[in-house]
Design a protein around this ligand. Structure first.
Ligand SMILES: Cc1cc2nc3c(=O)[nH]c(=O)nc-3n(C[C@H](O)[C@H](O)[C@H](O)COP(=O)(O)O)c2cc1C
Length: 308
């Protein structure tokens, strides 16, 4: 099979995407200048940094540290706020549009709906609801862990848009089937799994936690088995597409997520370890090698095969 006869083009919730590798929220996702280069490097779509109604400075340094198998971060949802972000969408994104999914966070379903109202006139692809940040009080996993709350957020967001709404699941949901079914019934168009896992590192010299916020979110290869298990469980319980995220660094990792049931993967931590413009190419060529080796013509054929 020659190279041109297999394809990375994929489709989920009505979106046609040139490659199944997306940029995860929070990682480079606020620099509009970089977006065309990221897409040019093989990224199918960019998920923005999570945006809230009001500007947030985030936590003091240190906000990030390396740990075994990945990173701990507690950036604290630093973002320019909805007003400023709408201006950036108007002035920068509208002039140079790229496949963009806007990630939003809030402290109530109504505030999620307000954010959607504010951004919906711009031509991006859809929304990712951050229901899952593990280290900021009153938002993220504090509201998203309860399936009924998460469902209410989905319902309120859907009221103000016809764009697809992707619900990002916390890593520590105990009853994943129940969570997934509840957000699907509320109208979620896809589920993204997972966010970082609440974790801590202690500096033994100062005898204090390393991060200024004490707790942070664990990301990178250390969380991949949790993410793959989550995707696998979600796939067995819902019909809507799933995007896998957690520890993808190469094509083999991405394939594992597809086999578990993901239609695409997001990449976060690996972007910081390689030259970020190389990462998507490395993952995509690994996926292509696998397709070629096993005579598949499209990544879509791999989705969920581990369940057969
Ligand atoms: C520095 C950093 C900032 C992040 N910020 C966000 C964010 O704003 N919103 C969000 O939903 N997830 C955020 N995440 C989580 C990632 O989107 C992703 O779910 C997680 O890092 C697991 O993927 P990875 O192992 O490929 O990094 C952040 C992760 C990192 C490392």
């Amino acid at each position: 099979m020659d190279r041109s006869s297999f394809s990375l083009v994929t489709e989920f919730c009505g979106l046609k995407i040139n490659s199944p590798t997306l940029l995860a929220s929070g990682v480079l996702g606020i620099s509009f200048d970089l977006f065309p280069r990221i897409i040019g490097s093989g990224c199918g779509a960019i998920v923005s940094k999570s945006i809230g109604l009001e500007p947030r400075e985030g936590y003091r340094n240190p906000t990030m540290t390396g740990v075994e198998g990945g990173y701990l971060n507690a950036i604290g949802l630093a973002n320019p706020g909805a007003e400023e972000y709408a201006k950036e969408l108007e002035e920068e994104f509208s002039k140079k549009p790229v496949p963009l999914i806007v990630s939003i966070f809030a402290d109530s379903p109504e505030h999620f709906a307000d954010l959607v109202k504010k951004f919906d006139r711009f031509g991006f692809l859809g929304y990712e609801l951050n229901l899952s940040c593990p280290h900021v009080k009153d938002v993220g996993s504090e509201i998203g862990s309860d399936p009924d709350n998460a469902a209410e957020v989905v319902k309120q967001a859907k009221r103000n848009t016809s764009k697809p709404v992707l619900a990002k699941m916390p890593a520590t949901i105990v009853n994943v089937p129940q969570w997934a079914k509840t957000v699907e019934s509320a109208g979620a168009d896809a589920i993204v799994a997972i966010n970082t896992i609440r974790a801590m590192k202690i500096d033994i010299s100062s005898r204090k936690p390393v991060l200024s916020n004490r707790f942070g979110g664990l990301s990178g290869p250390a969380i991949k088995p949790v993410a793959v298990r989550s995707v696998y469980e979600i796939y067995e319980n819902v019909k809507i597409p799933i995007i896998g995220v957690g520890g993808v660094t190469n094509g083999v990792d991405a394939i594992e997520f597809f086999l578990a049931g993901a239609s695409g993967v997001e990449i976060g931590s690996a972007i910081g370890t390689d030259n970020f413009l190389d990462t998507f190419g490395i993952v995509n060529s690994g996926i292509e090698r696998y397709l070629k080796k096993y005579s598949y013509s499209n990544v879509k054929e791999l989705v969920g095969l581990a369940h057969n």
